[in-house]
Design a protein around this ligand. Structure first.
Ligand SMILES: [Mg+2]
Length: 439
């Protein structure tokens, strides 16, 4: 498995930012001030937190300012190289082609004017899996239905059927999200100093069926216009500059049913999308938490792939399905943190890299710590909701109020001592009521 530290991140930063008018007269888009910090700092923080260390910035307009601000990256513990776009406007593809001498065989490509908070471990895993199946690139896509911009991707289940940004079709339901991974060789086919857009490569790969999708479910932010810049400033203020309480929610047995899996003949977490069944009121409760100003984080142990009962790819698919369905109900989960590990190798294990003594498998509070590193959380007003003792333990370990879903009798509860939850609820709807009553 490729780790973020091994993967080069290429960032397109050469744009002129003409739609921002006066703001970009003085400085490039990636350095536009957002709540006291240059815009790209926020995205760079995200990527370094995932463990990415090697960056190549493709620069043009006011490149002097970018180099001066970010330097060689050593103060952040990373390495930044620069490629100058030159006099001629080369387009996004041409800019990457020009940087080829600096690029490794495979790389992640993002835009310097977008904030894209996705699961980058999933990106690397899916790219690798796609490559093994003969694909040459990965594209992140968001179910859009023309919410943010014109949709440009036709998806059929977990496959990209067509990507075309110049010829919109009514069947297009997804939009290119802005994070991609490529084989370097795709760019070697173009002449140096040829002007072209990356969409040419993406379109061709989609037609050949060689473009791996990663479906993402959270919206992106960009700073292309004064309105979108204001929107991102508001988001930054809420997420980083103010503390808000959170509800950490376990998945199986709280949001969805524990089900009978025919393949493995076991009552367990769902091992495929068709077995995933929402519990009543899950979407209502999540919507209510958000309306009351809580972050909603799903924290879930999923050892099914490590045990060989399913694949990591399917576990990602199931989470994506859940988040997409909830989002359609107006119930937005702010983030999902999954532990896919299991400490012991089993005879059925196939994805051996998942066998690990990790610090994220509940009852360890590692998943909660990950949320705390990414968001500014008021822990004293936050809750953990789960249907296992391990959920209660993980929550208690970091001082959360704990709500156990199920029916432990009160006398038994007392015997649990330190493991006793603070509150007990029949289901997530009742838990939402408790959160509401306790403030
Ligand atoms: Mg559970």
């Amino acid at each position: 498995m490729r780790r973020p530290a091994d993967v080069q991140v290429v960032v397109l930063m050469g744009g002129l930012g003409t739609r921002l008018g006066g703001i970009t007269k003085q400085c490039p888009k990636s350095l536009v001030d957002v709540c006291g910090r240059p815009f790209f700092d926020y995205q760079l923080d995200l990527l370094t937190a995932w463990g990415f260390k090697k960056f190549v910035f493709l620069i043009g307009y006011r490149s002097d300012m970018i180099e001066e601000y970010f330097g060689d990256g050593s103060s952040r513990g990373i390495l930044i190289k620069y490629s100058q776009d030159g006099e001629k406007l080369l387009g996004t593809g041409g800019a990457v082609r020009r940087a080829l001498p600096l690029l490794e065989d495979d790389f992640l490509l993002i835009y310097g004017d977008s904030f894209m908070d996705i699961d980058y471990a999933e990106t690397l895993y899916r790219y690798e899996a796609g490559k093994a199946a003969g694909n040459r690139a990965l594209m992140t896509v968001l179910c859009n239905n023309n919410r943010f911009d014109k949709s440009n991707v036709i998806m059929d289940g977990q496959k990209i059927v067509l990507y075309d940004k110049h010829d919109p079709k009514p069947e297009m339901n997804y939009i290119d999200y802005g994070v991609c991974m490529y084989e370097r060789s795709l760019f070697e086919e173009f002449a140096e100093d040829e002007t072209f857009d990356i969409s040419v490569i993406q379109h061709e790969l989609s037609v050949k069926g060689q473009l791996t999708p990663q479906i993402v479910t959270k919206r992106f932010y960009e700073i292309g216009s004064p309105a979108s810049l204001a929107e991102f400033s508001e988001y930054v203020t809420r997420r980083f500059n103010e503390a808000h309480p959170a509800v950490f929610v376990d998945r199986d047995g709280v949001i969805n049913e524990i089900v009978w899996n025919d393949d493995i003949e076991q009552l367990d977490s769902p091992m495929k999308i068709s077995r995933f069944k929402f519990l009543p009121h899950a979407a209502d409760a999540i919507r209510e938490f958000a309306q009351k100003g809580y972050y909603v984080f799903v924290v879930t142990n999923q050892p099914g792939a490590a045990k060989g009962k399913t694949t990591l790819s399917t576990l990602y698919d199931i989470n994506t399905y859940m988040l997409e369905m909830l989002s359609k109900e107006g119930a937005n989960v702010d983030d999902l943190f999954m532990c896919p590990h299991y400490p012991n190798e089993l005879p059925t294990t196939k994805e051996h890299f998942l066998i690990r003594k990790c610090d994220c498998r509940k009852p360890s509070p590692g998943l909660i710590y990950r949320a705390m590193r990414k968001y500014n959380i008021d822990m004293s007003r936050s809750y953990m909701i789960g249907d296992s003792c391990t959920d209660v333990q993980a929550g208690a370990a970091v001082g959360l109020s704990t709500i156990f879903i199920g029916d432990i009798k009160c006398d038994l509860c007392k015997k649990l001592g330190d493991l006793a939850p603070d509150m007990i609820a029949r289901d997530i709807a009742e838990a939402a009521q408790l959160v509401s009553d306790n403030g």
